[in-house]
Design a protein. Structure first.
Length: 84
């Protein structure tokens, strides 16, 4: 941390913080809540919001739909807002 990369263009040669932004394993797996990670381990899926309490990785989502795969007590409409 704090080093300058000599391969950076001259105008961008400033010290690097080297803070890891996201690494392998930081994104949500299928069936997990992705509100915090804001990403999905499966690159073919997107983190969609169901409501203020849940979001998960799905291939598609249509606002107002009820996912038949949700447990019966949670079969309520999805907002389908993309979480980024």
């Amino acid at each position: 941390a704090g080093e300058v990369n000599p391969d950076d263009p001259p105008q961008y040669r400033t010290p690097w913080s080297c803070t890891l932004l996201k690494g392998p394993g930081d994104c949500a797996e299928d069936g997990a809540d992705c509100r915090e990670s804001k990403c999905c381990a499966d690159a073919g899926k997107t983190c969609y919001e169901k409501n203020s309490d849940w979001a998960s990785c799905r291939t598609t989502c249509a606002a107002g739909e009820i996912n038949p795969l949700d447990p019966p007590e949670y079969r309520t409409p999805w907002t389908c807002e993309v979480i980024r």
